[in-house]
Design a protein. Structure first.
Length: 281
């Protein structure tokens, strides 16, 4: 887009390769690191391009050289498969919107819990224990098998146990599920929940992200709900969730203005205006 020369473009990529990586230690503690990963990446990309524009010269093999990015990340086995721009569309268009405001791996289990709670009209206090069958990826992802204690909202949102417990207790996947991290009934359900790998779900992953929920009631009978994959949120779902979250802070008019700006973001001359519009009144 900036009409850089081939040499400058290669240098921009090389410099960017030297400024990559967002570490994945944050989910274990529910820390804020991830909120800044995309911002750091965008800032580093702009810096790399500006350096290349004024003549900074980077290694042409910064990505795939013997001491390049792929080697540093132990991904040299994937170098031969990298084929930029050969698909009929950009891969980012395959990204889906989460139906619940929580970890990706908690989505299907949360959907199963909400469905089970609403279909059976169960009372959470009648639940004795809960078993969640999932893929090994979900089981072993940092923070996903956490049983607490939960001191920060992101810790709870990373925990499949907490997300399912809250959904069973409140029969919803609303943001309000995370407002009281000390809720005694949710805490009881979390402690009564276990995660186990299901080999079939592991084999299906990542093409599908399934789960099975097995809820044992105090009287001994079981309730089961198995989902082969999650159902992504639709555009209408995303807008409704945004409006519900934004209206109490921005007011109706402010919420509409922000939504209108986002809808025409590619036409805006200054994206920084959006930050000011998002400020609480």
């Amino acid at each position: 887009m900036l009409n850089l020369t081939e040499d400058a473009s290669v240098s921009a990529v090389g410099l960017a390769a030297n400024s990559t990586v967002g570490l994945n230690e944050w989910p274990r503690y529910g820390a804020d690191d991830m909120y800044f990963h995309v911002g750091f990446a965008a800032r580093n990309a702009v810096t790399s391009i500006e350096l290349a524009e004024v003549g900074a010269h980077a290694s042409e093999t910064a990505l795939d050289g013997p001491a390049g990015l792929f080697t540093a990340l132990r991904r040299t086995d994937r170098v031969a498969d990298v084929r930029p721009f050969e698909r009929d569309h950009f891969e980012i268009l395959d990204v889906f919107h989460k139906p619940a405001g929580a970890c990706n791996y908690a989505q299907t289990a949360t959907q199963a819990a909400v469905a089970l709670a609403n279909e059976t009209k169960l009372t959470s206090t009648d639940i004795a224990n809960v078993k969640i069958l999932c893929s090994t990826a979900a089981l072993n992802y940092p923070g996903c098998n956490s049983e607490g204690p939960f001191g920060r909202v992101l810790q709870a949102k990373m925990s499949i146990r907490f997300c399912v417990a809250a959904a069973l207790s409140r029969a919803t996947a609303e943001e309000s599920n995370f407002r009281d991290l000390k809720d005694p009934e949710i805490a009881r359900l979390v402690s009564a929940t276990v995660l186990e790998e299901d080999p079939a779900l592991t084999r299906a992953y990542p093409g599908k992200q399934g789960t099975e929920l097995i809820v044992t009631m105090r009287d001994g009978h079981e309730l089961r709900r198995r989902l082969d994959d999650l159902t992504p949120a639709t555009e209408d779902d995303v807008r409704a969730r945004y409006e519900k979250a934004a209206s109490p802070i921005l007011g109706r008019a402010g919420t509409d203005v922000v939504e209108a700006m986002i809808d025409t973001l590619e036409e805006q001359e200054e994206v920084g205006v959006l930050g000011a519009l998002l400020a609480a009144r």
